[in-house]
Design a protein. Structure first.
Length: 130
């Protein structure tokens, strides 16, 4: 992804909270590659995924107009949660990670907003790529 002006602070550096947005997009694309759309999961399975915790390490700045790659890896699968490790890499020479993060998402019932086991169909797809 490219860093746009709207992603930066007044100094042209990516605003710290925007790294979480980049990680969110990467998780959405990860699920999409498995064949799952978030809106379909809500409608057909009645579940949503919500961030339960996040730990972010800021290593070096990303700047306006930089090209970034977000690497997403599933590191733990629980009964009702998934933990991901993200590495956001600035592609300009030399290519270097500028931010890493561990994000745990909980599967929750869209109606009650209470934890719920991850749907079996999704678990099967996750097991196939793990």
């Amino acid at each position: 992804m490219r860093v746009y002006y709207e992603d930066t602070d007044s100094g042209g550096v990516v605003y710290y909270a925007n790294y979480l947005r980049f990680m969110e997009r990467a998780r959405t694309e990860w699920m999409r590659e498995l064949g799952f759309e978030q809106d379909v999961l809500i409608r057909e399975e009645g579940v949503i995924f919500a961030v339960r915790s996040a730990k972010v390490d800021y290593l070096r700045p990303a700047l306006f107009n930089d090209q970034l790659t977000v690497v997403t890896e599933l590191t733990h699968r629980g009964r009702a949660s998934l933990t991901f490790f993200h590495s956001i890499i600035r592609q300009q020479e030399p290519a270097q990670p500028c931010c890493t993060g561990e994000v745990r998402v909980a599967c929750i019932n869209a109606g009650s907003l209470r934890p719920q086991p991850i749907p079996d169909l999704l678990l099967k797809e996750i097991a196939d790529v793990s």
